[in-house]
Design a protein around this ligand. Structure first.
Ligand code: ATP
Ligand code: MG
Length: 453
């Protein structure tokens, strides 16, 4: 409607301009024509001082103008105010001579007027004839405005028909095109209405289009795909969480029920409580890890940045893990450690190294070796934890950093919940670092933590 309204306004202004301009220039050309005839007559009359003028006026006109003027009225008014000679080539009655016009002409003025109530309308010029600088007579030349009126009427009709027609065609075509162009928007809208968390398969049909809206649709489709992934991950995650917490709870419940079935000695209650405490510890560890990860997701974590000696930190972690390694019958070797300082959150870095080292020891059978080394090169320090344990197969390796992912689920529960590596990866990332892994099943794995110095 705006488009149509503005177009209509433009068309009307433009056409009125054309109409007015056309009308004026047509009138000017009529004026110029009758004025030139009048001028010729006025001057010829003073020149010749010709009395024969009134005798055969038409002949005289032919002589002066070269040919007989068509569609004109010419009359001469003499000094006494009478119409001295007259020629009328228009089917019209006597031309009324207005007193005011004559008065002005007698004063030496050239007067133009349009006689509207004549049929046909008349354009009349009244020119004074000068003789010795005195007005001695008047020439009136009139021209029929019939052609003029006809032309103007035709123009008006063309405009009256043309404007609404072109306006409606333009609006119709514009409406059609806008509808066609905006159709995908409606599709997007309908797709958006249909989408909910359990219906993320809806996609917008782009089908070979290449324009802004198809790009919008592509973006929209990509967004739905990402949402779908995200929802799937959330679902998977809640499944895993429930499962992970359900197992210790089942054990807690089962053991407690068995013990409560009859009176026991106090030693047995104590054993139960110790065993329960283990499960509770396990659950609270999982919940702590989850809390950390969910804070990490919402970026709701502040880092305690400080300058850390990586060598001291890694050596300390190895010391801590030594007892665990001894218990597992695994050799923990510390190779050369690069002496670099690094700005980071010491507690988190410690946790990351502990996780990786713990994995190395945990997934290496008795008698195996875990070697820790680190070296610095072009702006990076890399800490490598290499073991000759069970290794990780090709199928599993891309998932081990996922939450709750464990390559070997059948392994006993105590081995862990599968959150260690996702936390470690997150810690490496908030320090702008990476964790890479190379592994061969049955030959061992190497985890390399790369941090920018
Ligand atoms: N050094 C390694 N050798 C062989 N497999 C490994 C090694 N490190 C990790 N994995 C595999 O990757 C999986 C994920 O490791 P992650 O540390 O995230 O979990 P977890 O050790 O099972 O449990 P958590 O660390 O939470 O106690 C492990 O379950 C294991 O299958
Ligand atoms: Mg682990």
């Amino acid at each position: 409607m705006w488009y149509g309204g503005i177009l209509a306004l433009i068309l009307i202004i433009f056409s009125s301009g054309v109409y007015i301009y056309f009308r004026n220039s047509l009138q000017k050309s009529i004026d110029a024509k009758i004025k030139s005839i009048g001028d010729v007559l006025a001057s010829s009359m003073t020149d010749t001082h010709n009395q024969g003028v009134f005798g055969n006026f038409e002949r005289y006109l032919e002589n002066v103008l070269g040919r007989k003027p068509k569609g004109k009225i010419i009359q001469i008014i003499d000094a006494s105010g009478k119409i001295g000679a007259k020629m009328n080539d228009i089917e019209t009655g006597t031309v009324p001579v207005k007193f005011t016009t004559l008065e002005r002409a007698w004063k030496g003025e050239v007067v133009y007027e349009t006689l509207e109530d004549m049929n046909p309308k008349l354009r009349l010029v009244t020119i004074p004839i000068f003789e010795n600088k005195r007005v001695n007579g008047i020439v009136q030349v009139g021209s029929s405005m019939a052609d003029f009126d006809e032309t103007m009427t035709k123009l008006l009709i063309i405009m009256i028909i043309g404007i609404p027609t072109s306006l409606s065609i333009t609006i119709a075509v514009g409406y059609f095109m806008a509808r066609k162009a905006l159709k995908p928007v409606d599709q997007i809208r309908r797709a958006a209405v249909k989408i909910s968390s359990n219906n993320l398969d809806e996609r917008i049909d782009i089908r070979g289009r290449r324009d802004e809206l198809s790009r919008l649709s592509e973006t929209f489709n990509a967004m739905i795909s990402r949402l779908k992934d995200a929802f799937q991950r959330v679902n998977q995650f809640s499944n895993d969480v429930s499962h992970e917490l359900k197992t210790p709870l089942t054990i807690l419940k089962g053991e407690t029920e068995v013990v409560l079935r009859k009176e026991r000695e106090s030693g047995e209650y104590k054993r139960l409580l110790v065993s329960n405490l283990e499960e509770i510890d396990r659950m609270s560890r999982i919940i702590d890890d989850l809390l950390l990860l969910s804070k990490a997701d919402t970026k709701d974590i502040t880092l305690n940045l400080e300058s850390v000696s990586l060598r001291d930190l890694v050596a300390d972690v190895c010391m801590n893990m030594k007892i665990f390694a001894d218990n597992q019958g695994v050799n923990l070797m510390v190779d050369e450690l690069a002496d670099v300082r690094f700005t980071g959150d010491e507690l988190k870095l410690r946790r990351m190294f502990l996780n990786i080292l713990e994995n190395g020891i945990k997934y290496t059978p008795q008698g195996g070796t875990v070697t820790v080394s680190s070296h610095a090169s072009n702006g990076h320090v890399s800490v490598n934890v290499k073991d000759d344990g069970v290794g990780i197969s090709e199928d599993h390796i891309k998932y081990i950093f996922d939450r709750f992912y464990r390559a070997d689920r059948s392994r006993k529960r105590e081995s862990g919940s599968g959150l260690g590596l996702s936390i470690s990866k997150w810690i490496a990332e908030i320090h702008k670092g990476t964790i890479e892994v190379v592994s061969r099943p049955a030959h061992g794995s190497q985890f390399s933590i790369k941090l920018p110095i």
